[in-house]
Design a protein around this ligand. Structure first.
Ligand SMILES: [Zn+2]
Length: 67
């Protein structure tokens, strides 16, 4: 039923650059973020009052820049 595709985080608010918790994945390329890779922290509301935190490679994302 569900197609496998990257979630749409287009409405996320991207905040500061930080390091993701171990085991986090980049929302753009869906690869696991390594321990020393900087990520940009983002938050968006999947449902009202229920913000979800996501991470995206701050640099060197295999998905490419500008995505
Ligand atoms: Zn990435």
């Amino acid at each position: 039923m569900t197609k496998k595709k990257a979630p749409d985080y287009g409405n996320a608010t991207w905040e500061y650059v930080t390091y993701a918790p171990r085991g986090s994945t980049c929302s753009a390329c869906l690869r696991e973020v390594r321990a020393m890779e900087p990520v940009r922290r983002g938050a968006f509301e999947r449902a009202p009052g229920n913000p979800v935190v996501v991470y995206r490679h701050a640099e060197h994302c295999p998905r490419g820049a500008g995505a």
